[in-house]
Design a binder for this molecule. Structure first.
Ligand SMILES: CC(C)(COP(=O)(O)OP(=O)(O)OC[C@H]1O[C@@H](n2cnc3c(N)ncnc32)[C@H](O)[C@@H]1OP(=O)(O)O)[C@@H](O)C(=O)NCCC(=O)NCCS
Length: 374
């Protein structure tokens, strides 16, 4: 183990931002429209759609804003989901387009040309079509040889992708591998549900992995060890799928065909699972929690990350030891821990140890222990 490095990362951030204030204003306008049109409320037969609040969002999640590919559709109270132009089959797809943007940054950071990379993995929570794989489209756009495939482990797609890529490089299947994580979460979020309308944002991250001997970039992190864990749970679920039209009534605008969760249960069950996983992973590698300079955690909820940091370290993390980006990006599914890693990894000294950790639907947890290379 230990002969593979992360040699470059890249983050594509969409231009458009939605602040909590804008989000809540649009949601409350939608709620008023719904209530005004619903006579059953006056008749006492059903409850009005309740208002959302900025205070709740910041207190419950720590999220202040989110980036999206399209803002106008999401904030239109008569629509409440993004408008993304339909593209012809001859045009690049939107997921591939943002993946290429992030990949170009990651390849430049790694100092790697397309000819030096042998595989592309598109690891994301959703893929915009069944086939051909988005990864193969990205491979073609960048002029990369070898092979490419899509994989989905929800919020843990990126770390599971890192484990798959590191194992393949060690086994000799590829010299270097590009992993892209295009997460268009605005497409699977129900913006009309106040329990979750503030949770997600859009982004794309990319990482380049290669053998230690070939890596020469300024910021390199050796992969000491990876660990992946899954445990089935229905508490985060989306029932949209290719059998939809075979089931009567499933083509309707049904709530369960978008992201839905039992947020409180997720919080309570996932925090101990993740803390235990990181602690055990470190112990098995003979690393004491005190030796960890930084933890780049999945970015879903600030309080969740505070709890995990406390449980792993046995004390509150030092300032900067556990950087959050969720206040700016919200939850970007599998990309969250990679955004944190990309933005907060340049400053650590050679030899510093860190953990990239994701967690989410499945449940799934991925832990990657890394060491800064000189
Ligand atoms: C989703 C989450 C932020 C919600 O926070 P929470 O403290 O659990 O809040 P709850 O859902 O229990 O709601 C508390 C109250 O606020 C209300 N509320 C929910 N959304 C609201 C909003 N936008 N504005 C105002 N009030 C709101 C609820 O209706 C509830 O009211 P009640 O007490 O009268 O029933 C939190 O549970 C979480 O982050 N969980 C982890 C989720 C996760 O990581 N998922 C992975 C996703 S990939």
């Amino acid at each position: 183990m230990g002969n593979v490095v992360i040699s470059g990362t890249g983050v594509f951030t969409p231009d458009e931002v939605i602040t909590n204030a804008e989000l809540v204003q649009a949601f409350n306008a939608f709620a008023e429209l719904q209530n005004a049109a619903n006579d059953a409320i006056d008749a006492g037969e059903c409850e009005p759609v309740p208002q959302s609040s900025e205070e709740f969002i910041i207190k419950a999640s720590g999220i202040e804003q989110r980036y999206v590919l399209n803002k106008s559709g999401v904030l239109d109270p008569e629509r409440m989901y993004p408008v993304l132009r339909e593209r012809s089959e001859d045009e690049i797809s939107v997921m591939a387009e943002i993946a290429v943007k992030a990949a170009t940054l990651a390849m430049a950071a790694a100092g790697k040309s397309a000819g030096e990379i042998d595989a592309v993995i598109c690891a994301a929570s959703n893929h915009e079509r069944a086939y051909p794989a988005i990864a193969i489209e990205v491979q073609k756009e960048l002029g990369i040889g070898g092979f490419a495939f899509d994989m989905n482990v929800a919020c843990s797609s990126a770390t599971f992708g890192i484990q798959a890529a590191a194992d393949m490089i060690r086994a000799g299947s590829a010299r270097a591998i590009l992993i892209v994580n295009p997460e268009i979460c605005s497409g699977h979020l129900e913006w009309r549900d106040r329990d979750c309308h503030f949770i997600f944002g859009d982004v794309c991250t990319a990482v380049v992995l290669e053998r230690t001997e070939t890596a020469s970039s300024d910021t390199r992190y050796e992969i000491i060890s990876t660990r992946c864990l899954t445990e089935f749970s229905n508490n985060i679920r989306n029932n949209a799928g290719f059998l939809r039209r075979t089931r009567d009534g499933h083509m309707e605008d049904r709530r369960d065909m978008l992201f839905h969760q039992e947020g409180r249960k997720v919080f309570k069950q996932v925090v101990p699972l993740v803390a235990e996983m990181i602690v055990t992973h470190l112990a098995d590698e003979g690393i004491a929690p005190d030796e960890i300079s930084r933890m780049w955690l999945h970015q879903a909820n600030k309080a969740m990350n505070d709890f995990i940091g406390q449980k792993v370290l046995g004390r509150a993390p030092n300032p900067g030891q556990q950087p959050n980006i969720l206040q700016d990006y919200a939850n970007t599914s599998s990309a969250g821990s990679i955004i944190a890693f990309s933005k907060f990894s340049d400053d650590l000294p050679a030899g510093a140890l860190g953990v990239i950790c994701s967690f989410g639907a499945g449940y799934s947890v991925g832990s990657v222990i890394v060491r800064r290379v000189e």
